[in-house]
Design a protein around this ligand. Sequence first.
Ligand code: FE2
Length: 442
Amino acid sequence: MKKEIEEYFLKRNCIAEDRVIEEIIRRGGLSYLIKNEKKINFNKGIISFEDLPLEKEFSILKEFNIRGYPGVSNTFETLFSSRLNTLRRALRDSGIPGFQSSIENARKINGEVGIIGLVREVNKIEGKITSVIIEDETDNLRVYLGKNIDDIILEDEVLGITGKFNNKKDVFYANSIKRPEARKERVLLERNSRVLVLSDIHVGSKKFLENEFADMIDYVNSMGISHVIMNGDLVDGIGIYPDQEKDLAINDIISQYKRLSQLISKINKNVRVILIPGNHDIVYSTEPQNPLPKEINDLFPQNVQSLSNPVWIEITGRVFLLYHGTSIMDFVEMFPGFSLNDSKKVMREMIKRRHLGPTFGRNLSFLPLREDFYIMDPIPDVFITGHIHDHSTDNYNGILTINASTFQDQTDYQRMMNFNPRPGLGTVVNTSDLSVEVIKFS
Ligand SMILES: [Fe+2]
């Protein structure tokens, strides 16, 4: 990639500083250059950082709309085949040699060989995974796992497997497995924005922490925050769980949003506020979820923007992936020993699989889409979830992860469900170096 970019500049009789080339690679490489060539002055001879086009303060990179992208299908087949195709390419591009183009082709090879497939079935003996059935467009295959493999394998995830066929070539003995892990190279950026990341506000609940929320607004207005993200469950909703009425201070959902709007209106108008829905909001609960409907969005001031769940946005040169996080419950159930305060571990497992929720048919119900919208593509610099009211920050494979706390204290229902919230925390992300500050509001 570096060489191609150098050649591009040489053809235009100029050279670029190394730092500029690194930045161009980060922004998308040669295709970025071609798209922006009118904005670059090649007559300068030496291109420095200041000669690159300024990055936008905010843009939407990938958003879901039930009547638009990526389109609803009649069956789940298109979703799964797009998953296999995209993640197979990612595995092949990861520099691990030897993966064959299909299971059928791999059969023709004697000795050690690599295959890639979608996991259709996981078989366990006394709780330990002993074999899986994988499939691709050409075939399916039973794979026995060597004793050295003790990973948790999830149904419907894409795996790269290395090993050997038996003599009859009808089963496969695996000695290692590889995943299409998402990775991001860490680079420093010139410009900085301070982005405050919050989640699970739950306005309308008796346990909504109004004083802490007011303290948060004072902080935003006085501490140079440029963007506030609210990552779903903006209000408590109605009828979300049994007997919710007794936990509600405001028992109609429109009034809950009106109250949220009154509070958000106190945020300075030069701060951009980004909202996505969660499972308590006034959007259908199947995922991906549309942005809040227009009549709700119209309640908010102009500096508020309502987007889909999940959504990919760019803030001052950094890619943020916002996902409310319903699938976290699936991971907690499927990984022995995981609790509802293990958001950090769960988000690592998502990054390993480059996917937000591979397993079909558990807590999360998906729309049948033409493309798999839950693949981490583009790979984010900052990956945000909420939903379990935990708080964590972590760095994994160069990606900053945040489970973004809540403004709701523990309810009786949550106590019964073993939900131990870590409320009243805000996470400030500095976009230039991706450092974080955790603020306790009171
Ligand atoms: Fe919530």
